[in-house]
Design a protein. Structure first.
Length: 204
C-alpha cells in the first residue's frame, strides 16, 4: 500500500486529460438515469448480491486456510522441529488478499467512510446527496490507487521479481489493482443506486 501511495505522488495522471474527461462524463450520470427504467435497480442489486456471495466464499476459504495453515505449522514445529518453507510468507499474503475482499464488503455496507457527526445533520434527499459525495470522493481516490498499483504490477512483471521459491511476484501482487478495482466497482454501484433513489423520491 505504501509503495502504491509513493508512486501515486510521482505519477503523471493528474496531467492526463482523458482521466478528467471520464470524471466529467461520470458526473452527468444522473441525467442519464432519469430516463432509465426501474429494472436497472433490480439488475444492479442482482449483480451486487452475486458479487457478495463470491467475495464471502473467498473470504471464508481464506480464513479457513489461514487457520489450518497456522495450526499445521505449530504442530509441525512442536512435534518434528520442522516447518514448511515459505508457508508463513504465504499466510501474510493471504491476509493481504483477505483485507482487500473485506474492504470491498465494507464498501458494500457503507462502512468504508463514515462521517457520523455530519450525517446527523442531513435527512432525506440531503442524506442521499451526502452519500453520493462521499462515494464520489472515495471513487476518485480508489481509481488513482488502482491505476498506480496496476503500473506497479506491470513493472514487477517486467523486472521478473520473484517470491516464495521463484513464484512470479506479480501473480500475488495482482490483488492490489484487483482489490481497488472491486472497491471502485462497489462505489459505482452505490452511486448509481443512490441516484436512482433520488429519482424515485423526486417523482414521489
Amino acid at each position: 500500500m505504501v509503495i502504491c501511495l509513493k508512486r501515486l505522488c510521482k505519477t503523471k495522471i493528474f496531467n492526463n486529460h482523458k482521466f478528467f474527461d471520464f470524471i466529467r462524463k461520470f458526473s452527468n450520470l444522473q441525467n442519464i438515469l432519469i430516463y432509465s427504467g426501474g429494472s436497472m435497480k433490480s439488475a444492479l442489486q442482482k449483480i451486487d448480491n452475486s458479487l457478495y456471495k463470491l467475495e464471502s466464499g473467498i473470504i471464508v476459504t481464506l480464513l479457513l486456510s489461514l487457520v489450518g495453515a497456522g495450526v499445521l505449522q505449530i504442530l509441525l514445529r512442536r512435534l518434528t522441529d520442522f516447518a514448511i518453507p515459505d508457508l508463513e510468507i504465504s499466510m501474510r499474503w493471504a491476509v493481504v488478499w483477505l483485507t482487500f475482499f473485506g474492504a470491498s464488503l465494507a464498501t458494500r455496507q457503507s462502512k468504508h467512510v463514515s462521517v457520523d457527526a455530519i450525517g446527523r445533520l442531513f435527512h432525506g434527499l440531503g442524506k442521499i446527496w451526502l452519500n453520493i459525495f462521499i462515494d464520489l470522493f472515495s471513487l476518485f481516490i480508489v481509481v488513482l490507487l488502482a491505476y498506480t498499483s496496476w503500473s506497479f504490477v506491470l513493472e514487477e512483471r517486467e523486472f521478473g521479481t520473484t517470491v516464495m521459491n521463484d513464484l512470479p511476484a506479480w501473480i500475488i501482487e495482482i490483488i492490489f489493482p484487483l482489490g481497488f478495482g472491486l472497491i471502485a466497482f462497489r462505489l459505482i454501484l452505490k452511486i448509481i443506486l443512490n441516484l436512482l433513489e433520488l429519482r424515485k423520491k423526486r417523482e414521489g
